[in-house]
Ligand binder design. Structure first.
Ligand code: PGA
Length: 219
């Protein structure tokens, strides 16, 4: 899968994927991997903070990854929270994703079990849309802010499009995510923990460090 040069992938932002992106930049710089035939779709985007704000996902992904790889500008696709018609913007983005499908969906896990910005209450049929952020997500995003501003809403790829990816990777690090990771992988499947829908995905890889995996039941 990852050897496929024309990989169509969606990528998350946040603290979790930073080491992965640093490694990607290194292997691209070493000439071992190229993104020249890839398409990258931003998993989600915050609204309520201006373009260029450090909490913005496009800004963060550019800083962590895009500025260091050889992805053509036209192959970077993002949800635009400044669009005048957000429903049309979400339809446009979902159409681009659906046109070729996603080979790979890379995901972080929210402390409240969200995937992208599919907050608790989201169901597997939910498509790309505007969402209000859960209070925990607003507080989490505030970590990236340097001016006290925090997003209050967002645009996100829906669970329907995420679960339609041929393969998904869930990246989880740190003891603070141990309970929610156990709930997502070993608890009931449903909207309380949107990441629990990954249990139904035929090709879901979970990459967790020891701290995040510490509450998983074994045996
Ligand atoms: P984090 O965010 O990597 O900054 O913890 C994960 C997420 O909310 O998806």
């Amino acid at each position: 899968m990852v050897d496929q040069p024309a990989l169509r992938q969606c990528l998350p932002t946040g603290a979790t994927p930073e080491p992965l992106y640093a490694a990607m930049v290194e292997v691209v710089a070493a000439g071992q991997v190229s993104f020249s035939r890839s398409d990258v779709f931003g998993l989600d985007e915050f609204g309520g903070v201006p373009a260029g704000h450090p909490a913005r996902c496009d800004h963060m992904l550019d800083r962590q990854l895009l500025s260091g790889i050889d992805l053509p500008a036209a192959s970077w696709h993002r949800l635009d929270p400044e669009a005048s018609d957000l429903d049309a913007e979400c339809d446009r983005f979902a159409g681009l994703v659906a046109a070729g499908g996603l080979d790979l969906g890379v995901l972080g896990l929210g402390g409240n079990g969200h995937l992208g910005l599919n907050e608790p209450g989201s169901v597997r049929e939910d498509v790309t849309r505007r969402v209000e952020l859960a209070p925990a997500t607003i507080e989490s995003a505030r970590r990236y802010s340097d001016d006290g501003l925090a997003p209050t809403w967002g645009l996100t790829l829906g669970l329907a499009e995420i679960l339609a990816a041929a393969e998904v990777w869930l990246l989880v690090t740190g003891a603070a995510k141990a309970d929610v990771l156990a709930a997502a992988l070993q608890g009931p499947v449903g909207p309380d923990i949107p990441a629990s829908y990954l249990q139904e995905h035929p090709r879901c890889m979970v990459f967790a460090d020891n701290a995040a995996a510490s509450k998983l039941a074994t045996g």
